[in-house]
Ligand binder design. Structure first.
Ligand code: VAH
Length: 317
């Protein structure tokens, strides 16, 4: 059975759908510390559980015979900077609980890492798998810690730890929760509903991005990869990199009267400028056959279709 923490978040909710289709809805158990909306409750088992409650985690893993654990509970970039103490508890103490439970009960463990695990002194264009990592957000620091602790538990205790550094993830049917790359989610909603969007990053801010279905497929593929294919335990994965002005140009092809304006948030701008502009994911492509499906035009067409925007571009082609 599969257990997903942070199961109500942008990625946990998306992964639940994929894994429930794959393994059967009763074999995928979600947990979070929020009340699930009705449609989630009816789509499979949900348990209210705080990852800081170590005893509760052990009970869930034992009683539900968990064999795979996907750990999505975390405070992300800008949200973490607004509450460092909570981010440290959830992202570090919570991670320690998950590592200990997974090691004790021989559970295969996936923990997501992020472009945020790199810092301003990392190579940025592109950032390779192995390089200097001195992030300056509690989110990034806690994710470097998660990578190092997971790899240590793998080497010391044989824990089957697997980790992917995600770009900014774009989704239409689940809400993002971090704040720095999330302009690229909100823009589609606003473009379709209002025809205008106010961007909180500079027009030239380049960031690695990925459509959620590529992200979730990569996660399942790396978890199913034979262990002997994995030359590393933490991999970069990438699909595209774009700036707000490039994204706006791609949207204009569908909505010719779309207008973007800019009101830069200094905190988010500083965070974005400390992150890579591109990721080198050649090891993932070589070791376990990673390849992305969605590029920028396909992302835009898919997201605008979901938001019911006029797709003149599609009609014209
Ligand atoms: C954020 N969307 O902006 C999240 C994610 C890599 C970006 O962590 O913090």
């Amino acid at each position: 059975r599969v257990f997903i923490t942070g199961g109500l978040g942008q990625l946990g909710a998306g992964l639940a759908g994929l894994l429930r289709r794959r393994f059967g809805k009763d074999n995928v158990i979600l947990s979070d510390i929020k009340k699930p909306p009705a449609h989630v409750l009816h789509s499979g088992p949900f348990i209210y559980a705080d990852i800081l409650d170590y005893k509760k985690l052990r009970e869930i893993v034992v009683n539900h015979r968990i064999t795979w654990l996907f750990h999505y509970s975390a405070l992300l970039s800008a949200v973490g900077e607004a509450n460092v103490a909570l981010a440290r508890d959830v992202n570090i103490t919570g991670l320690h609980n998950i590592l200990d439970v997974a090691a004790e009960f021989n559970v295969r463990l996936f923990v997501p890492s992020t472009i945020g695990a790199f810092g301003a002194t990392s190579p940025r264009n592109p950032a390779p798998d192995l390089c200097i990592q001195r992030p300056r957000t509690i989110y990034g620091v806690s994710k470097v810690h998660a990578e190092l602790m997971g790899e240590y538990y793998h080497s010391r205790y044989g824990l089957d730890f697997r980790c992917l550094r995600y770009p900014g993830i774009i989704s239409a049917d689940s809400q993002p929760g971090g704040g720095t790359t999330d302009y690229a989610v909100q823009i589609f909603h606003d473009a379709a509903k209002k025809g205008t969007f106010e961007c909180n990053l500079k027009a030239s801010t380049r960031l690695p991005m990925m459509y959620i279905s590529d992200c979730l497929r990569a996660t399942l593929e790396v978890m199913e990869a034979p262990a002997e294919r994995l030359s590393m335990r933490t991999y970069n994965i990438s699909a595209m990199s774009f700036t707000p002005e490039e994204l706006a140009q791609a949207i204009l092809k569908h909505i010719p009267d779309f207008q973007i304006t800019y009101c830069v948030d200094p905190l988010r701008q500083a965070i974005a400028e400390s992150w890579p502009m591109k990721l080198d994911d050649s090891n993932a492509r070589m070791d376990w056959g990673w390849k992305h499906d969605f590029d920028l035009p396909q992302l835009v067409a898919t997201m605008l279709t979901f938001h019911g925007a006029s797709t003149r571009f599609a009609q014209a082609n």
